[in-house]
Design a protein around this ligand. Structure first.
Ligand SMILES: C[S@@+](CC[C@H](N)C(=O)[O-])C[C@H]1O[C@@H](n2cnc3c(N)ncnc32)[C@H](O)[C@@H]1O
Length: 248
């Protein structure tokens, strides 16, 4: 793995605000609902241990079932994290420690996404689940860098190359809704301040309406955000420790 940067506390786009005039009101709500669905599918009878890898301020911690054991990991400098990453971006915990690895809006910020996914693989127990969301056709937002965008095919390929079996790919905002979201994001800053709240309310309603044009499958084809559920094969022997082990 390449050396990891240091955590930055500011600059985060607020997809977690539930106010109806928030610029991300609709996408934030959809993202939460998709994520909680995918996490529920990975739950283990008798208790689930979940690692939030790149947790920032742990926005999902309080939304998970109380029976789940939550561990948040992030770059050095994040005081809210339970575990700080090593210099190379790896998590200083034993292989196979988790039933679920959760990664929300992190992959696009990681300099070496393949190495990050191989680390997810290592941290999962055989049969464990990766739940990951990342950007499809979103605009640039640094945290502290913003390197990558994915198509559903590209995301499935890189996850599979890390040794995981992709079970489900979901999109958050289909193409027309994503286009309206980007139009809103590219124009809201140019609208007079007093008009901004009504403008965002109208745009968020249009986005919700446009998103009804899509089925689960077509939404994933051009998602603003993509969400994947992948499983570490139960027959995996030990931890895989380098990308080279997975390349055909
Ligand atoms: C956009 S924030 C997402 C935070 C949170 N997961 C969420 O959904 O709100 C990106 C997070 O990725 C973390 N990050 C950046 N590079 C990373 C790396 N190489 N390994 C793990 N986390 C990283 C950042 O510190 C930050 O907390």
């Amino acid at each position: 793995m390449t050396s990891a940067p240091v955590f930055q506390a500011s600059r985060r786009a607020d997809v977690h605000s539930t106010a109806p005039w928030s610029p991300f009101a609709y996408v934030g709500k959809k993202l939460r609902s998709v994520l909680l669905d995918l996490i529920a599918a990975g739950e283990t009878v008798g208790g689930t241990r979940l690692l939030d890898y790149g947790c920032a301020d742990s926005p999902y911690r309080n939304q998970l079932p109380k029976t789940m054991e939550y561990v948040g990991a992030d770059l050095k400098g994040n005081r809210a994290a339970d575990v700080l990453l090593d210099e190379d971006g790896s998590v200083p915990l034993p292989a196979g420690s988790f039933d679920i690895v959760l990664s929300t809006q992190v992959l696009e910020h990681v300099a070496d996404p393949s190495a990050y996914l191989v680390e997810c693989f290592r941290l999962l127990r055989p049969g464990g689940t990766l739940v990951l969301t990342t950007h499809g056709i979103m605009y640039l937002h640094r945290d502290p860098q913003d390197y990558w965008r994915w198509t559903c095919d590209g995301l499935a390929r890189i996850v599979q190359r890390a040794g995981l079996d992709v079970v489900e790919m979901r999109g958050v905002l289909g193409l027309a809704a994503a286009a309206l979201q980007l139009l809103q994001d590219g124009t809201a800053g140019h609208i007079p301040r007093w008009l901004r709240r009504p403008y965002l309310l109208v745009m968020q309603s249009l986005i919700a309406l446009a998103d009804r044009l899509y089925s689960e499958r077509t939404r994933a084809e051009n998602g603003l955000v993509l969400a994947v559920r992948a499983v570490k094969p139960a027959a995996s022997v030990g931890a895989r420790t380098s990308l080279n082990e997975h390349v055909e």
